[in-house]
Each structure stands twice: as structure tokens, then as C-alpha cells.
Design a protein around this ligand. Structure first.
Ligand SMILES: Cc1ncc(COP(=O)(O)O)c(C=O)c1O
Length: 492
């Protein structure tokens, strides 16, 4: 006789009424947080004690009631935000969360599906919102031609993997079966301003970063197609396999948009896959004032873009769009027997189109964000951001202490401080320290980058709640922080 198993312990689920009470309190906490953002410092460093209390938080032995969790979140977590909800945040490419998306996040996590596939609302909603995203930016969308991802870094891996497989197959190799070993190297082309996620993807996909050629760009940051043509010819003559061009619909440094039509012409002629990184800037096409810059975007083979940037969909949410569905599915589809699903329909599962198996319910926050504003509302917000950026560019140009470093093409303004009498090295040194000096003052938040060897500030405008007064304040803060740096005794 086998021994009796120990008794199954009682379960102690959270009582529904406790959840309801806490959820109401959470709604107030979040609403107060969002309403209070403009009135608080944009960012401030966490005090050492607060930091330590998070870093060294002990693993709780016994549970805490929901109300206690809210107290911790309200008093210890929410007072130390990154700052990107504030209209005076101009850093990196991080937007304020769209309120409709915030609400949707609660419902999505209450349902908590895995959007890998199957026949449930989240899966069908994802197909709809991927099509909406494609329609918003004017990219062709065959059924199954895309999926939501964690961000553009992952979307880039998805798109470049499809590009790699197509190129290898055309050269007589099955990369999925044989790997890349023994094949002539595949070569990709991008400008020096291309986001680092492209290089990461190239490395990860076994292409090797030395086979990601840096193509020069012209004075406005656009990829130089004559140089591209010459580089492709050189590589072919050397027995290599050019296969991919990465263009940008808004570079992270200056917001430059490539001239897609000539690049697409060259790609068609040379049988190269054209991928566009539209992470930050693809939605700029919705602004009638700059839509012309995007002519030819729709000719790309793939486009990676981020609803979690300019649309304000709460992080995380990227999107990969691929013109040829078969290339995408052919790259990723692998259906083990435990996942066979006769009811999935001809498109199969999302997990056949990308890396993730268990996938979060991202589509509800995208749906809510787009449905709440509508195409017109989104276009208006984007047009306001680009107009603010142009205004900021004018303010910079009118200020003798400041220098605009690139034309304002989308909603990023690249500039630097240039105090009279400083040589280039000293100007660089000041601008290197300036972003943090501005941040520490707490009134605005801006970040920096290198552009052609020059240290600069870059202000990224993604928040339609930003005002022209906020722009004046940004420049006043830059001037004040620069004065603190240039007037301080040497070595201090
Ligand atoms: C132009 C550009 N491409 C790619 C990325 C990477 O996107 P993600 O952070 O969503 O992975 C960024 C992020 O800022 C970006 O600005």
C-alpha cells in the first residue's frame, strides 16, 4: 500500500471585495499621480536611504494586505519617477503614458492571456491594431504581416532575421538547418547615425558587426545613395553578399529622415532588403507639414516602430511590420506537438512570427490609445510636437550662447551651448557635463549625445502637453547650468 499523500493545504485567495476596495484606491493614487506630475520636479536623484531601502528590501516572510502594497507604491515608488510623464521632460525618446493606455493595462493584466495564439479576444485585437499601426504610417499590410514586440530592438531582430533568411535562401543556403558557417558573408549597410539596436541585431544574428558597413550621410543626415551604391559594388567584387540596407525614419540623434525613394530604387535594382527603423519617427508621417519627408517609406520590405514612443502607449510596445508574410513566418514558425491548434486558422499563432512564445496582452493598450484619440487626434498631437520642435530650433538660433547643430526635421532639436571665448575642446567639455547639470536642477530634463565628434544636447518633443513657456524654460535652464559650469574654478 502506498503511503497517503499529505493533506492538500487550504487556499487563501484574495477576497473580491478586498480587491475592489484596493482597486478604487489604486485608481485614485494613479489619478493623483498623473495630475500632480506637472507641479513636481521633473526628476530628482533618490536619496541614499530611499535607494538602500529598495535595494536591500528583505524578502517578506508573510504577506501584506493589498492596502499595504498601495501604501508602499504611493510613498516609496511613485515619488521617484524617471520623469517622462512631465511636459518638461525632453530626454532620450521616452514619452508620457497615454491615460487610455494606462487604464487598459489594468484590464489586460486582469485577463492575463498569453497572446501567443488561439481564439481569444487579445489575439484578434492584436491583428486589428497591427493593421491600424500599418494604416497610420501608410505601410502595406497583408494579413499576418506583423506583430507587436517589446520594442524596436526586438522588432529589428525579427525583421533582420527574415531578411537574412531570404538572402541566404536565394544564395542556396538554409540558415535554419545549416547555420551561416561556410556561407560567403552577408553584408548590411547603414549610416553612422543608425540606432545601436541594428548593430546588436546584426551581431546576434551571426552577421558580424564588421559586415555592417557604415555608409556616409549628407549634411542633413540622410544616407548617401551614391556612397551606398559604391560600397555594394565593392563588396560584390570582393565575393561578399550584400543583402540589407537599414534606413531611418527619424534618427535618434537629430531626428533625420532618410530619402526613401532613391534608397528603395537602389534596393530594388540590387535585390537588397530595405529595412526602415521608424522606432521614434515613423509616426511623424501623420503631420501634414512633414509628411513629404516620408515619401517611399511604403516601399520598404520591413519597418520597425514603437507605439511606446510617440503614441505614448505605456511601455512596452514595439511593432514589426513585414511586407512578405511568408518570409516572416518561414523564419520563425516552429510548432511543437503540444502547441498544435487546428482552430488557429490559416494565419496560425503569433509565436510563429517572432521570438516570444508566451506573449503579453499588449494590444489592449494600443487599441485604447489609438481608439481614444482617433487618427485625427494623434495627428494633431504629432503636429503640435513638430511645431514645438521647430519653435525650439528658432529660439536656439536666436540665442547667441546656443548653436543649432542640425536642421529640425521631426521633433528632435540637436544643439549645444557655446560660451564666447571657449575653444572647441572647452565647448565639448561643457556640453558633456551639461545634461546632468540641467537634470539636477530639477526643472527640466534633457539628455546629450555625440554628433560627429561634438558633444550636444538633444531635446526630444513627444508630449503634446508641453508649452512654448516650457521651451523658454528649457533654454533658460541650459544657460543657467552652463554658467555654473563655465564659471566654476578650474578642477572643481
Ligand atoms: C531610432 C531608434 N531606433 C531604435 C530604438 C530602440 O527601440 P527600443 O528601445 O524600443 O528597443 C530607439 C530607442 O530610442 C530609437 O530611438
Amino acid at each position: 500500500m502506498s503511503p497517503a499523500s499529505p493533506a492538500v493545504p487550504d487556499s487563501s485567495p484574495t477576497p473580491p471585495d478586498d480587491f475592489r476596495t484596493a482597486a478604487h484606491a489604486a485608481a485614485d493614487l494613479v489619478a493623483d499621480y498623473l495630475a500632480g506630475l506637472p507641479g513636481r520636479p521633473v526628476w530628482q536623484p533618490m536619496g541614499p536611504a530611499d535607494r538602500t531601502s529598495l535595494l536591500e528590501a528583505p524578502l517578506p516572510e508573510d504577506g501584506v494586505p493589498l492596502a499595504g502594497l498601495l501604501d508602499f507604491v504611493g510613498t516609496r515608488v511613485m515619488p521617484a519617477p524617471m520623469g517622462n510623464g512631465n511636459p518638461r521632460f525632453f530626454g532620450w525618446v521616452n514619452s508620457a503614458p497615454a491615460p487610455a493606455g494606462v487604464l487598459a493595462t489594468l484590464a489586460a493584466s486582469a485577463m492575463n492571456p498569453s497572446s501567443a495564439g488561439g481564439d481569444h479576444a487579445d489575439v484578434h485585437l492584436e491583428r486589428a491594431v497591427v493593421r491600424w499601426i500599418a494604416e497610420l504610417v501608410g505601410f502595406p499590410h497583408p494579413a499576418g504581416g506583423g506583430l507587436l514586440t517589446s520594442g524596436t530592438s526586438m522588432a529589428t531582430i525579427v525583421c533582420l532575421a527574415a531578411a537574412r533568411n531570404r538572402a541566404a535562401r536565394r544564395a542556396g543556403w538554409d540558415v535554419r538547418e545549416d547555420g551561416l558557417a561556410g556561407m560567403p558573408p552577408l553584408v548590411a549597410y547603414a549610416t553612422g547615425e543608425t540606432h545601436s539596436c541594428v548593430r546588436k541585431a546584426a551581431e546576434l544574428l551571426g552577421l558580424g558587426s564588421k559586415h555592417l558597413r557604415t555608409v556616409p550621410s549628407g549634411p542633413e543626415g540622410q544616407l548617401d545613395t551614391d556612397a551606398l551604391r559604391a560600397a555594394v559594388a565593392r563588396d560584390r567584387a570582393d565575393g561578399l553578399l550584400p543583402f540589407l540596407v537599414v534606413a531611418s525614419a527619424g534618427t535618434v540623434g537629430t531626428g533625420a529622415v532618410d530619402a526613401f525613394d532613391p534608397i528603395a530604387d537602389l534596393c530594388a535594382e540590387q535585390e537588397l532588403w530595405l529595412h526602415v527603423d521608424g522606432a521614434y519617427g515613423a509616426f511623424g508621417v501623420l503631420d501634414p507639414a512633414i509628411a513629404h519627408r516620408y515619401a517611399g517609406l511604403e516601399r520598404a520590405d520591413s519597418l520597425a516602430l514603437d507605439p511606446h514612443k510617440w503614441l505614448g502607449v505605456p511601455v512596452d510596445c514595439g511593432c514589426a511590420l513585414v511586407r512578405d508574410t511568408d518570409e516572416l513566418r518561414g523564419t520563425f514558425s516552429l510548432v511543437p506537438s503540444y502547441l498544435r491548434d487546428e482552430a488557429a486558422g490559416s494565419l496560425g499563432w503569433f509565436s510563429e512570427y517572432g521570438m516570444e512564445q508566451t506573449r503579453p496582452f499588449r494590444s489592449l493598450k494600443v487599441w485604447a490609445t489609438i481608439a481614444h484619440r482617433g487618427r485625427q487626434g494623434i495627428s494633431d498631437d504629432i503636429a503640435r510636437c513638430t511645431a514645438l520642435a521647430r519653435r525650439l530650433g528658432e529660439l536656439v538660433e536666436a540665442d547667441p550662447e546656443l548653436e543649432l547643430l542640425a536642421p529640425v526635421q521631426t521633433s528632435i532639436v540637436a544643439f549645444r551651448h557655446r560660451a564666447a571665448g571657449l575653444d572647441e575642446a572647452a565647448v565639448n567639455a561643457v556640453n558633456r557635463e551639461l545634461p546632468v547639470a540641467v537634470q539636477l536642477r530639477g526643472r527640466v530634463f534633457v539628455t546629450g549625445a555625440l554628433l560627429g565628434g561634438r558633444e550636444m544636447l538633444r531635446a526630444c518633443l513627444l508630449n503634446a502637453a508641453t508649452t512654448e513657456d516650457d521651451l523658454e524654460l528649457l533654454l533658460a535652464e541650459v544657460r543657467a547650468a552652463a554658467a555654473g559650469l563655465t564659471e566654476r574654478p578650474a578642477g572643481a
